[in-house]
Design a binder for this molecule. Structure first.
Ligand SMILES: *Cc1c(COP(=O)(O)O)cnc(C)c1O
Length: 399
């Protein structure tokens, strides 16, 4: 099993479809006209690009759409994560538990804010952080549980909130539940809440690849803790004349386009869900592939349509499938995501001695052939056929 799997097949030069989409949603005339209007209005020395009227409106609309008490816009999801963690004033012995199968961003943020990153195992169906594993890792040093709604599969936060209540920190009280919803904007949790309403703080990203995008970069925090919201507003604007802070504001143009994207999010998510269900159906007869779980009611947004190869194909068989897809069928695919401590040197250094065998095993079986709701129906059918044929090719060489 490779310890640090490549995220791209070896030969991408002959790809007919890229390894992943560069944009998660899409724009319409409404986004384009919002952008033209804000440009026309701002290119005036009396008005300029001062963002607050636009970002205030975007925040209010976002808070309302998630059901959270407050929303605070940032220039990226990464800075938003950093600032939420910064609020905790983590000391080197303070622990933050997060799933090992993850995007590297949340883990780097924990390290960057001076906390000790504790890696947890995923549960095997949604591949989200496993509450039973978290329970084993909780102790009087636990300050936060950082739950990623991984690749659009919305995690149930209730077990984590309960664990936090049952394992209070001796000084700070119950650990906080921080949610990384960068890949789950618009989702519904198993308890029926909108993503962003539950937990202490939820972080969203509007980077280009995400489900909605504010011109390629952007982020948001939702919370019901108004003290946190207020501190976040000063952190992103030079400390509000009192504290440390820097400039992490979202721009006016981003907020103007974000308003339109937010109003279209449900439409874009529904198209994605429909496409994911179709692809799962098209691949349902391939014995060696497990399709993502079918969670009804907006509980899976399929940011990725991740496949798991059979256990006997873990590592080499999976890589062979990716390479065949690329070189023989022109279909790009990625591993989204590898285990963070094997794919990022800083995270490896900071988690020395920690191992998550279940996460490693699952990561070695993962691949996501290119997936986007706007791939034409014809191309989608060709891609599904290619996956079936490539899997059959691999099966002939390794039963
Ligand atoms: C994209 C992403 C982030 C970071 O967001 P940026 O806006 O790109 O900084 C954090 N966590 C996850 C899971 C992501 O997918």
């Amino acid at each position: 099993m490779p310890t640090n799997p490549a995220t791209v097949p070896a030969d991408t030069s002959r790809l007919r479809w890229p390894v992943e989409p560069a944009q998660g949603g899409w724009y319409t005339d409404a986004e384009r006209s919002a952008l033209r209007e804000v440009e026309a209005e701002s290119d005036d020395w009396r008005t300029g690009w001062k963002p607050s009227a636009y970002t205030d409106a975007f925040e209010a609309a976002f808070a309302q759409s998630t059901g959270a008490g407050a929303a605070v816009a940032f220039n990226s999801g990464g800075t938003a994560l950093e600032m939420v963690l910064r609020y905790l004033c983590l000391r080197p012995h303070d622990e933050v538990i997060s799933c090992a199968l993850n995007f590297v961003g949340p883990h780097i943020a924990v390290i960057g804010q001076g906390g000790r990153l504790i890696l947890g195992e995923p549960e095997p169906v949604t591949l989200n952080l496993d509450p039973a594993d978290v329970e084993r890792r909780m102790n009087p040093r636990t300050r936060a549980i950082l739950v990623t709604h991984w690749n659009g599969a919305v995690a149930d936060l209730r077990p984590f909130l309960e664990l936090a209540e049952n394992h209070p920190h001796p000084v700070h009280g119950p650990p906080v539940v921080i949610v990384d919803a960068a890949r789950a904007c618009g989702g519904i949790t198993p308890s029926g809440a909108r993503v962003g309403a539950e937990g202490w703080a939820t972080v969203f990203s509007f980077e280009s690849k995400k489900l909605m995008t504010t011109l390629g970069q952007g982020g948001m925090v939702t919370t019901n803790d108004l003290a946190l919201a207020e501190r976040l507003r000063t952190l992103r604007a030079y400390g509000g004349r009192a504290h440390w802070g820097t400039n992490q504001l979202m721009s006016k143009a981003q907020a103007a386009v974000g308003m339109v994207q937010l109003s279209r999010l449900e439409e874009m998510n529904q198209a994605r869900i429909q496409r994911a269900h179709n692809r799962s159906a098209a691949l349902s007869n391939v014995d060696q592939l497990t399709v993502p779980p079918d969670l009804s009611g907006g509980r899976h947004l399929y940011y990725r349509h991740n496949l798991l190869v059979a256990e006997s194909w873990a590592g080499q068989g999976r890589t062979e499938l990716m390479n065949r897809l690329a070189t023989e069928y022109g279909v790009g695919s990625i591993i989204s995501d590898p285990v963070t401590y094997l794919s990022h040197d800083l995270i490896r250094e900071h988690t020395r001695g920690q191992h998550c065998p279940r996460a490693e095993q699952l990561a070695a079986r993962l691949l996501c052939p290119v997936f986007h709701p706007q791939i034409s129906p014809h191309d989608e059918a060709v891609i599904c056929d290619a996956i079936c044929h490539a899997a059959a090719d691999v099966a002939r060489t390794r039963p």
